[in-house]
Design a binder for this molecule. Sequence first.
Ligand code: FES
Length: 160
Amino acid sequence: MNPDQAVLAMATTEVDISSIAEGQAVTIKWRGNPVFIRHRTKPEIDAAKEVAMGDLKDPIARNANVKDGDPATDENRVVGGKEQWLIMMGVCTHLGCVPDGSNALREFAVVENSTKTGGWFCPCHGSQYDTAGRIRKGPAPENLAVPAYKYLSDTKIQIG
Ligand code: FES
């Protein structure tokens, strides 16, 4: 059975990221779920890179664009070396709520260790994700999933 055109249209989605300024994020809908697209600042990237692998609750990248089981380094959470762009499902791996990455809550979500830059906070049961979307505290078992996506150009991505 072949999927009809409407289903095919939803299978992938193109997003123009040119207007997302550094430090800003947008949320889009893909296959009925939120996807976070964050233009990370250098301090956010540096904070993610500083984290020791041994401190990660979930050591697996959970990135559909790298090999299964690859480690959750900051590099393995992005695609094509474009470390300023973090693109991941906005679905908490605990019970599926949408974590909050707004500035106020990001400050609240400062993780332990020296990191002064927050990531995402899930108010449902207090899960905290760092600036690479990796679970650091709370009941969520896994890092936020990175969907399959690719760059069509420097300013356009295709998700799915
Ligand atoms: Fe996120 Fe419970 S759904 S902490």
